[in-house]
Design a protein around this ligand. Sequence first.
Ligand code: MLT
Length: 417
Amino acid sequence: MSKEGNSNIINRNYAKMPGSYLFAEIASRITEYLKFNPKSDIIRLGIGDVTRPLIPSVVLAMHKAVDEMSDNTTFKGYGPENGYEFLRNAISENDYKKHGVSVEPDEIFVSDGSKCDCANIIELFSDEVKIAVCDPVYPVYVDSNAMAGRAGDFDIKTGRWSKITYINCNEENGFLPSPEELKGEIPDAIYLCSPNNPTGTVIGYDELEKWVNLANKNGSIILFDGAYEAFISGDYPRSIFEIKGAEKCAVEFRSFSKTAGFTGVRCAYTVIPKSLTKNGMSLNSMWTRRQSTSFNGVPYITQKAALAVYSEEGQKEISENIKYYKENARIIREGLKDCGFTVYGGENAPYIWLKTPNSMSSWEFFQDLLDRTGVVGTPGSGFGPMGEGYFRLSAFGDVEKTKTAISRINSVYGIPK
Ligand code: MLT
């Protein structure tokens, strides 16, 4: 038997984690289901993973970049940790300045994913930081804090962590986070996601302004996840930096994953304004220090691919893909409404949030839906206790399969006409 060693070797916060990561749990339930139903023709509308192939402009740019890497005159080794200038300039110009928002290239940090950035950003905060999240919420914000010991203890009865402040999002407030839901608590860091994962709702200008004002008044930081911005077609803020004063209190996460089908390619970016300082320290400089220590940058080939998204052709091609997914969202939303479901989201977001039928719990519905229709979705309770009794469907599937999924759901749960 080997010696146990020092009893403080291990980060014991991991022992407090309830269950496994939501999407890992779903994947293992599907594997289990397929073991007993190997012929089942399942349709996956669970994890928000894209299905359209990379656009031609991106593929061409990648091929060219591979050729450059194979020639000793153009070969590249380590790149700049924060991203090549060509990509940071293109992001600053196309995603911000073109829309009247001032974000400079040296405020942009190119990375391999918003999920990693959302999880890693907490390294900039002290152990005492008080965080607030929406409930329901993308589990990464909570789990990363819990693993770092900033969430306190998990209460199995309430499904909540003792040190986290929860912003209730429910049917009464249309699943939109409102500062009133802080109930007087003043958090140091507030995670907001719009368009929202999982509910598919979008924060309007007035509401976002309330959050920015609250943060500036109290010295809090807003961690704004804008990974689904490309799905907005109405008059909603696409960036928190459209709101006056946000440059003093906000960090924004954006991604090429859902916009340009990069879930398997991996490229995203985080904006940290130079004017964002806390306790006399610049978060922009801190993140530069953190990234240069712990990260070696995104591959040149990937950054060239991301650059191609901003070409005229690239923009046309990605908007076709977004249109495709938005049509899926419409099919799901309208189809479910016809079946008699109560639904949210899906108009400016790729997620449709529905109330489970017959008061089933989220996991009961997950199993029932899988057993009776072969459709896979995501249980709302996996996003927090307020998600109990709700369920999320993703619009990132194939359109024909999405139609089949809705017709199967209709034949099992639909209201007889
Ligand atoms: C989801 O299904 O919620 C997303 O795929 C999560 C992610 O982007 O990591």
